[in-house]
Design a binder for this molecule. Structure first.
Ligand code: ADP
Length: 267
């Protein structure tokens, strides 16, 4: 039940109406629950076969128990390498889906400890730079350390999502910057991740942090994705007591901002 009304006193007597809108949402809720249960079941069932495929692909590319190679020819090596790549994509999809189902079921927990955000950011930027030759990643900060109580793996996951999006949605290459500042009055670490890529159409901006929402432009250009990454980023940042937002202009670029409560900075 929703009651839409403006204060009656604000309306002239002839227009004093109250609009009541009733909508039965029980069928919708049941369908939503069924969908969540299906995602959870399918994800758990996918996990084992994907791990087996990834594991064997890895072994075929490595050395046998006797220390020799498996004798794959060049074509076979290339195909097994593609299999490995594809199985890692599936692993990351199942991990994202598992996180979503844990969040929906209220079973999601953070492992908090004291972490230097400067070192964490340097590490993650270096790791993601190694995945691309066409983009130049840069990390700017005047701080030498910035300590916060966070789940380091989850904050790395946020960076991975934002930086791999910046790469994926800048298909012509280009610079990607990560900027970190301390906001001393509010004891916050403030991050910006900026690209000069395709940008996000205005029509999708309002719902972008919801599950499965993707920009029309990226769908039209056939760039693959699930629309789960930003949903997870927002959940993770908000669970740390921070906030996430973005500014974007189509064909100009995007900047994602997020904040995290921090303890102390070292200049
Ligand atoms: P995915 O990338 O798997 O589609 P995300 O939840 O990470 O899912 O992102 C949702 C959508 O937001 C993307 O499909 C894309 O339309 C848009 N988006 C996110 N980051 C960027 C970016 N840096 N540049 C342009 N569009 C972006």
């Amino acid at each position: 039940l929703s009651l839409l009304s403006r204060p009656l006193s604000a309306l002239p007597p002839t227009e004093r109406v109250v609009l009541l809108v009733y909508q039965d949402v029980s069928t919708l809720k049941a369908a939503e629950t069924l969908k969540d249960q299906f995602i959870s079941l399918a994800t758990h069932e996918l996990r084992t076969p994907v791990t087996i495929i990834a594991g064997y692909a890895d072994r075929l590319l490595g050395r046998s128990a006797r220390g020799g190679e498996y004798g794959l020819n060049e074509w076979q090596r290339e195909k097994v390498q593609e299999m490995k790549q594809a199985s890692w994509q599936l692993t990351s999809l199942t991990e994202d889906l598992l996180d979503v189902t844990r969040i929906q079921a209220g079973e999601f927990k953070l492992e908090l400890r004291s972490v230097d955000l400067v070192a964490l950011t340097e590490r993650v930027v270096r790791r993601i730079q190694a995945t691309t030759d066409r983009h130049q990643l840069a990390f700017h900060t005047t701080l030498s350390q910035l300590w916060a109580t966070v789940d380091a793996i989850r904050i790395e996951q946020v960076f991975s999502n934002l930086l791999s999006n910046a790469i994926k949605y800048s298909p012509d290459g280009g610079p990607i910057e990560v900027i970190l500042e301390e906001h001393a009055e509010t004891h916050e670490a403030r991050f910006r991740v900026r690209d000069q890529g395709m940008g996000i159409p205005h029509a999708q901006q309002v719902h972008l942090f919801e599950r499965f929402v993707r920009g029309e432009n990226v769908r039209a250009s056939g760039i693959r994705g699930t629309g789960l990454g930003l949903y997870l980023c927002r959940e993770l940042i908000e669970r740390h007591g921070g906030q996430i937002a973005f500014e974007s202009e189509e064909d100009v670029g995007s900047t994602f901002f997020f904040s995290l409560p921090c303890i102390r900075a070292v200049q």
